[in-house]
Design a binder for this molecule. Structure first.
Ligand code: ADP
Ligand code: NI
Length: 221
């Protein structure tokens, strides 16, 4: 069992390491996304009675695999995170647990289940998904859309319910369609009661935004 002073040092060093790795990312995986996921995950973890060290480490590291994904192999990031933790003398069970969590975080399409085995993983996944909802989620979606070079909105392109991860990944849709293809589906996929009740208000805000968006498109307001 790592003692508390060690844990504080490990968390601080890991945060610094990830901050350097993510640098000036503009695809929605910047440091402040990690910071929000960390604080929301910890708030949920305190209410749900989870292991705070595992939750905080996994929240800090959760997008490292995703970030690597852009450069090639997704499992590379996961392995690099595990190696980092081993170098910090984190106990093997925790290294394995954190690795499992970050390997199972991502949303993979409307028709693809993304089960998370442990409470700690469920909490970090909820916190990550909450950051894709509400005002922040809207800002991130349009930032990502610009980064990926996709249109804001095209009434001639219908949203799709992706049946596989490959299908979801290769999608070339619009950012408004992303609301139907992912964001509006998240509320019913939250794992914890705390996460689920936080998702309700953020989901309602997405709906308000869309209603207003269509009103403005039609010149109604
Ligand atoms: P996560 O942090 O959950 O792993 P992703 O890597 O899927 O999120 O995406 C990062 C952010 O970009 C999220 O807010 C997500 O909703 C948004 N995003 C992902 N794919 C698209 C897309 N095709 N269009 C618009 N936004 C997207
Ligand atoms: Ni994330």
């Amino acid at each position: 069992m790592t003692d508390i002073a060690d844990r504080t040092t490990i968390l601080a060093r890991t945060a610094q390491h990830v901050r350097t790795l993510l640098g000036a990312d503009t695809s929605g995986h910047d440091w402040w996304h990690i910071e929000r996921v960390r604080s929301v995950a910890l708030a949920i973890a305190r209410r749900e009675g989870a292991d705070l060290f595992v939750v905080e480490l996994a929240a800090i590291l959760h997008d490292v695999a995703d970030w690597k994904f852009h450069a090639g192999d997704g499992t590379l990031g996961q392995r690099a995170a595990a190696e980092w933790l081993v170098r910090q003398s984190v106990e093997p069970a925790t290294v394995e647990h954190v690795g499992e969590i970050i390997g199972h975080m991502s949303f993979k399409g409307a028709g693809v289940a993304t089960p998370m085995r442990t409470l700690e993983g469920q909490i970090v996944q909820d916190a990550d998904r909450l950051d894709a909802l509400g005002a922040i989620g809207i800002a991130r979606a349009f930032a990502y859309g610009g980064h990926a070079g996709q249109a804001l909105y095209d009434p001639d392109i219908e949203p799709r319910a992706h049946a596989s991860f490959a299908d979801y990944k290769s999608n070339r849709g619009t950012t408004i369609n992303h609301f139907y293809e992912k964001l509006l589906l998240l509320k019913d996929r939250m794992n914890t009661r705390t996460g689920s009740s936080m998702a309700d208000a953020r989901h309602a805000f997405l709906e308000q935004f869309l209603a207003r968006f269509y009103d403005e498109c039609a010149g109604r307001s």
